[in-house]
Design a protein around this ligand. Structure first.
Ligand SMILES: C[S@@+](CC[C@H](N)C(=O)[O-])C[C@H]1O[C@@H](n2cnc3c(N)ncnc32)[C@H](O)[C@@H]1O
Length: 282
């Protein structure tokens, strides 16, 4: 049943679900994003790098290879379960230059100017205060240090349903509006992310929006429904937010209608992401 598995407790549980459910093109798309983040940080052997919101290590391990044994990558995450699976992955892959660090990206437990570079994939916008997160990243970078970030722009998600949800069309739109209003991470768009960097005092940065079309055609209806309701972990999950506002059985019915239409190929999802990279003031 959709609600049961839709509420994943923490990021570790959520990331392991994503790992298992992503296959083929989607998995290589994620790996390419992490590669681009690492490339744009212009990492060199010997660099000391911090990965903000490192999760289970997708970006960390790529950075660890780029800095070689002479350098190090500090993997910061607020979820200890993520760090424990990240360290297992680092050990299996033979990287001894990865250092786990439990903490919040708004309050990094590291001295100022500790790192030559910072990387981050899909974590800054989950922090309650994006500007504070960027400021904290700059604090731990040396003057002129490099940063490279990729964030999904959840405030720019667009669903094209083309009327395929029938009587549920307006309820689906209302559910989407509720999600956009109730979750801070869902309010970000290109402009809010760019302006957070400027507001935090970054003068030299570049940004590149990328567009992804998510095609759910042919996927199992239950899987689509589960992923829609459990799109983020814990209190951020759509199911948790929606069940607080709407009648539970209505949420289930609307989600089922959406999942059936998506599985039949009648729904398109347009998702934007933004790369931002540059140098810390120096
Ligand atoms: C979508 S995952 C991305 C993980 C990883 N960067 C990757 O590319 O696969 C978001 C990660 O950010 C972490 N996170 C969320 N908010 C955080 C915060 N305020 N401080 C530190 N880590 C945070 C979560 O625990 C989770 O591991």
């Amino acid at each position: 049943m959709v609600e049961g598995r839709a509420e994943r407790d923490g990021w570790s549980d959520w990331l392991s679900h994503v790992d298992k459910s992503l296959s083929g093109e989607a998995a290589s798309w994620l790996a390419r994003i992490a590669d681009s983040v690492v490339d744009r940080a212009r990492l060199r052997p010997g660099d000391r790098v911090i990965d903000l919101g490192a999760g289970t290590g997708l970006t960390t391990l790529k950075a660890a290879r780029a800095v070689s044994r002479q350098g190090s990558v500090t993997a910061l995450d607020s979820d200890p379960a993520c760090l424990s699976s990240l360290m297992s992955a680092a050990s299996v892959a033979g990287y001894s230059n990865v250092i786990p660090l439990e903490g919040h990206l708004q309050n990094i437990p590291s001295a100022a100017a500790s790192f030559d570079a910072a990387v981050c994939r899909s974590a800054l916008t989950y922090a309650a205060d994006l500007v504070a997160g960027v400021r904290e990243m700059l604090r731990v970078l040396v003057a002129g240090g490099r940063f490279s970030v990729f964030e999904p722009l959840l405030g720019e998600v667009e669903w094209e349903t083309g009327g395929s949800l029938g009587e549920y069309e307006s309820d689906f739109a209302a559910m989407e509006r509720t999600l956009a209003e109730k979750r801070a991470s869902y309010t970000h768009d290109r402009e809010s992310v760019r302006s957070a960097f400027a507001e935090a005092g970054v003068e030299r940065y570049q940004s590149l929006p990328v567009h992804f079309k998510v095609n759910m055609s042919g996927r199992e209806v239950d899987d689509i429904a589960e992923d829609y309701l459990g799109d983020l972990p814990g209190a951020l999950s759509a199911s948790r937010v929606l069940m607080d506002v709407f009648d539970g059985s209505r949420v289930t019915d609307v989600t089922r209608a959406f999942a059936e239409a998506a599985s039949a190929g009648s729904v398109q999802c347009h998702l934007l992401g933004l790369f931002v990279w540059g140098d810390a003031p120096g």
